[in-house]
Design a protein around this ligand. Structure first.
Ligand code: LLP
Length: 387
């Protein structure tokens, strides 16, 4: 595997500033747009390729299923994690020659038809509950399956995205492992992978080593396991100049676990890490307002396009690209055009005095941006432009 590239999200290195002229040109034609920089995705892939402990990287395509993004990742030998037949079908439409062995299908509380479909279609499926084995054991007879277990502790940037621990709906808990072993046996299934995904937007790298140890412990109960899939969740700094995820520390910890369990391949399935920093949401200032002690900058899109601030209180850098070089002397709230008070992109942000039609960048929106957009208020979903 290749040498690591330095990681950074500082103002000097960030692509949407170095490509500012191109973005301003795009903004001259579009009120709103998601713009993706493919080079940034290539760099993220390259950094993950530098991990010595990881044998395979799968992209969790729920983060961004733009066709150019999918084609790029496929061409870079990144494989795919899908959570619905719709994702698999979209992926195969966009990358028709993709071998099905490059797809892992990890549905949650899905209807039984999805399991039948994955069997007929020949896609590797992951079970994350005992129920399918209890209720439909015949579907799994003689079938190779992955099992998603709950490693016990959930992590992530918000309670909505912690996907392990007793208060999460995901994964087979440790106290059900004995029952799991006997259900697998009765169904005649063949467990080839053990999987966990603890949460999303995890800034610290410390949890993956523990997860790997836990998965290895569970894998020992099944003789044919070849893979420990450690899930995604790797965070990216949400602020310019923020501390990048410590890939080296994660690699070191995983390397130590791997040395104890050399029989297993280690897989990783990030979404955000591969695409978040590659995307920005471009918009324009529509109106300005002062009300009491507050100043508002209104922009041409809203929570219909990017719901993360409203849903998770997520922080996204917001920059006036037209006036990037001017001093940020005002404290403002940046709000959208949707009829809800929650339609606020940023609170108490420092911005230069802005004018109607100034171009605004909402950064780090390449993951869970456009894919979570809606038709709310029948405002346009911003188009996607790849540069
Ligand atoms: N694997 C599985 C089984 C997952 O459920 C997810 C994400 C991933 C991998 C990728 O996680 P990532 O590396 O992107 O953190 N909408 C939320 C994030 C939800 C993540 C859901 N599952 C957000 O905007 O923060």
């Amino acid at each position: 595997m290749t040498q690591q590239e330095p990681q950074s999200s500082s103002a000097e290195s960030v692509w949407w500033l170095s490509r500012r002229t191109e973005l301003l040109e795009i903004a001259a034609r579009q009120l709103n747009a998601y713009v993706y920089d493919l080079q940034t995705i290539r760099q993220s892939v390259q950094r993950l390729r530098g991990l010595r402990s990881i044998d395979r990287v799968l992209y969790a395509m729920k983060a961004n299923f733009n066709p150019d993004v999918l084609r790029l990742l496929a061409s870079l030998d990144v494989d795919f994690e899908c959570v619905s037949p719709g994702e698999v079908e979209h992926l195969l439409r966009v990358v028709p020659d993709l071998e099905k062995t490059r797809i892992l299908f990890t549905p949650n509380f899905a209807p039984r038809e999805d399991y039948q479909w994955s069997k007929d279609f020949g896609i590797q499926v992951t079970l994350d509950n005992l129920y399918p084995l209890q209720a439909w054991p015949e579907y799994f007879s003689g079938q190779k399956i992955f099992l998603r277990v709950d490693p016990g502790a959930g992590y992530g940037h918000h309670k909505h995205v912690k996907t392990a621990g007793n208060h999460s709906k995901f994964g087979i808990p440790r106290f059900e492992i004995d029952e799991l072993v006997s259900l697998v046996d009765k169904a005649g299934a063949d467990v080839v992978g053990i999987h966990a995904h603890s949460g999303s937007g995890i800034p610290e790298s410390g949890s993956w080593g523990n997860v790997a140890t836990e998965l290895a412990r569970i894998a020992a109960r099944f003789p044919n396991v070849a893979v420990l899939d450690l899930g995604g969740g790797l965070g990216v700094p949400d602020r310019l100049g923020g501390t990048p995820f410590d890939l080296q520390a994660m690699d070191q910890a995983l390397g130590e676990v791997k040395a104890q369990f050399p029989a297993y391949q280690f897989w990783l399935e990030p979404g955000r890490y591969l695409v978040a920093e590659a995307g920005v949401l471009l918009t324009h200032v529509t109106q300005l307002k002062g009300k009491g002690d507050r100043r508002y900058i209104g922009v041409g899109t809203g929570m219909n396009a990017l719901i993360r601030p409203a849903l998770y209180d997520a922080f996204h850098e917001i920059v006036n690209l037209t006036r990037y070089d001017e001093p940020a002397t005002e404290t403002v709230n940046i709000v959208g055009l949707i009829c809800e008070t929650g339609d606020t992109f940023g609170v108490d942000r420092k911005m230069p005095p802005s004018r109607e039609n100034d171009v605004i960048v909402i950064a780090n929106t390449g993951a869970y941006g456009r894919v979570m957009s809606s038709q709310y208020n029948l405002r346009e979903t911003p188009p996607e432009i790849v540069i």
